[in-house]
Design a protein around this ligand. Structure first.
Ligand SMILES: Cc1cc2nc3c(=O)[nH]c(=O)nc-3n(C[C@H](O)[C@H](O)[C@H](O)COP(=O)(O)OP(=O)(O)OC[C@H]3O[C@@H](n4cnc5c(N)ncnc54)[C@H](O)[C@@H]3O)c2cc1C
Length: 219
């Protein structure tokens, strides 16, 4: 847990430390939260009532917790971009498969121009996300993640927004192509449609990503 260990009334990032708190610690209780998506991730409301842990449960340096959180963000945002791209591709694959199988008014959906255009619109976004992800990842491998270069951090922020928008667009188009089937539990696209918003909010919401990118770009 990130906890405030600074002087009473201390503000900002300086007084935050990382503490290991065992799940069965006396005074710690939790209740499950029901969510739109991410059902396999056990997000919960935690209540702490005079929970005490030994000083040796401190992770890293006292007061260094915020730095640890910040050090995790770029990698998290990069992996979320890759996840979003994978989800987008899964939507495309399912929609194409369906469009080839499903016949309406004597022809497969894929034979309709409007449906083919939707698939091309999805591919355009998937291809641009893939190319950008490859470029940003190559720069990370070349050392920019470690050095934390301002332009690279800006690229990660913008990429996360672009990739999650690609996922949102592809989930929406896939559900549309699947029609009523896209609204049914059991199709991938229906599930991915419900996973979109947390990808656009978690790990840094879109608006925050834009603000951070603007600062890193010196705007
Ligand atoms: C399922 C789930 C799992 C999560 N898991 C984790 C986790 O494991 N670890 C963790 O640390 N966090 C986790 N989070 C928290 C997540 O990172 C936050 O929900 C997210 O950063 C947004 O913060 P918030 O919910 O407080 O929204 P708020 O900060 O209240 O923001 C609400 C809206 O206002 C916008 N906004 C806020 N401030 C500004 C501003 N200054 N200017 C313009 N717009 C602004 C935001 O972009 C957003 O659109 C999880 C969230 C969810 C839903």
């Amino acid at each position: 847990m990130a906890v405030r260990t600074g002087e009473p009334g201390s503000k900002g990032s300086g007084g935050i430390s990382m503490l290991l708190v065992p799940g069965d610690a006396a005074g710690l209780s939790r209740s499950a939260l029901k969510k739109m998506g991410w059902w396999c991730s056990d997000t919960a409301h935690l209540r702490l009532d005079n929970v005490r842990v030994p000083g040796r449960y401190l992770l890293g340096e006292e007061g260094g917790g915020f730095k640890m959180i910040m050090g995790n963000f770029n990698g998290e945002r990069l992996s979320m971009s890759a996840m979003a791209l994978g989800f987008a591709q899964a939507c495309y694959d399912e929609a194409l498969d369906w469009a080839r199988q499903r016949k309406t008014f004597g022809a497969a959906l894929v034979e309709r121009q409007v449906i083919r255009h939707k698939l091309v619109d999805m591919q355009m976004r998937i291809a641009s996300t893939q190319a950008w992800l490859d470029a940003v990842t190559a720069r990370a491998d070349a050392g920019e993640e470690k050095s934390g270069s301002a332009d690279w951090i800006a690229q990660v922020c913008m990429l996360k927004n672009h990739a999650t928008q690609t996922m949102q667009f592809c989930a929406d188009q896939a559900v549309q192509i699947l029609g009523g089937m896209g609204f049914m539990r059991g199709t991938k696209s229906e599930r991915i449609y419900r996973e979109v918003k947390v990808m656009m909010i978690g790990g840094g919401a879109e608006e925050i990503m834009k603000d951070l990118a603007a600062r890193q770009l010196g705007l």
